[in-house]
Design a protein around this ligand. Structure first.
Ligand code: FES
Ligand code: FE2
Length: 364
């Protein structure tokens, strides 16, 4: 029996058996503050997140801010051309050092003007010479893990995290075979979508297209053919491919990784997106949209609108589902495994992640 004494997750062996039997994870996991705390501390803050387009840090001094599971993060390209990422919290009194995208020779905190070099070391702090015990070396910005793939910057709040391609061993080969590369696409804009619902509902919904014909008839499925979707699941990845209805061809290709990032593109438009868990019942989807420089102007506006409508529809679904699963009226859902291979896969990934995290906790 895999059970922690004060474990809000309950008996994980029982849940695993339930999932193997074609059922969902317990609905109680979608609303419980204890489960949420467990996830944030033991899963989400040790996971890779999409930070944003590599194009935002193209030149030395370029920087942007993002967030990874409640941790504010600054991504910076140094004078040595290296891309680094830091906890975006001033070591003085906690103000956010980087407040917007830009280019600087140093990063100055607006609160009391402590200034950091682009490699995160403290350059100076007004009045620090008055304190003989003040050690500059001890108060640099805290580094986090950073990686780059397909023209996208990824971050992991855990500074000792395995590299992205070690955490997701087949991701690089999928990126190559699906021809995913946003490095030549121009960044259009970042949009945030919000839902009053648990992050797992956003993740589950984004990983399946069973709902596409009913929820997205005038958005996603008016352009892409969900029936033509090819999907292959391995370790923590979901891979999808849907041809365009009008042109066929390569269509849209996507990878989605547990616990919550997406990179996708077709010949015109690209999206990198990150699910951000704010609270047990509140989630954001932060999406960066990109365009192929050869994409006709009219197509850009049309595709931008298409994806924004699609994400809005998805977030609406999440809110309605959230009210159902957190009502306490039903304990779990029944899935159709042959049809919902990806959803079943996701349920297994979650149980495995909880089990690993619980085992790691028990070992400490
Ligand atoms: S909090 Fe940054 S300088 Fe004071
Ligand atoms: Fe959807």
């Amino acid at each position: 029996m895999t059970q922690l004494v004060s474990d809000p997750l309950g008996d994980l062996d029982e849940v695993a058996a339930q999932v193997a039997d074609g059922h969902s994870i317990p609905y109680a996991w979608y609303g419980s503050p204890e489960v949420f705390r467990f996830e944030v501390q033991n899963i989400l803050r040790q996971s890779w997140h999409v930070a944003g387009p590599l194009a935002k840090v193209a030149r030395p001094g370029d920087h942007f801010c993002c967030e990874a599971s409640g941790v504010p993060i600054a991504v910076v390209r140094g004078q040595d051309d290296r891309v680094r990422a830091f906890v975006n919290v001033c070591r003085h009194r906690g103000y956010q050092v980087v407040r917007s995208d830009g280019n600087r020779r140093a990063l100055q905190c607006r609160y009391h003007a402590w200034t950091y070099n682009l490699d995160g070391t403290l350059k100076g702090a007004p009045g620090c010479e008055l304190d003989p015990a003040f050690e500059r070396d001890e108060v640099g910005l805290l580094p986090v893990s950073v990686d780059i793939l397909a023209g996208v910057v990824f971050v992991n709040p855990d500074p000792d995290a395995p590299a992205l391609c070690d955490a997701h061993p087949t991701i690089a080969s999928w990126v190559t075979s699906l021809q995913l590369d946003l490095s030549e696409y121009a960044h259009l804009k970042q949009t945030t979508f919000q839902a009053d619902g648990n992050w797992k509902l956003v993740y589950e919904n984004a990983s399946e297209c069973y709902h596409c014909p009913t929820i997205h008839p005038t958005s996603l499925t008016s352009v892409y053919d969900p029936r033509g979707e090819r999907e292959i699941c391995d370790e923590a990845l979901v891979v999808a491919h849907a041809p365009r209805l009008d042109r066929g061809g390569r269509g849209i290709r996507a990878i989605m990784a547990f616990p919550g990032f997406v990179v996708q593109q077709d010949d015109y438009i690209g999206v990198s997106a990150q699910i951000i868990a704010d609270a047990p019942g509140r989630t954001r989807l932060v999406a960066d949209l990109y365009a192929n420089p050869d994409c006709p102007e009219g197509e850009i506006a049309e595709h931008t609108s298409l994806w924004e409508r699609t994400f809005d529809e998805d977030m609406d679904v999440v809110e309605v589902v959230s009210r159902g699963v957190t009502s306490g009226a039903i304990s779990f859902g029944r899935l159709i495994a042959p049809k919902e291979e990806r959803t079943v896969h996701i349920q297994r990934l979650m149980v495995d992640a909880y089990r690993q995290a619980a085992d790691a906790l028990r070992a400490t």
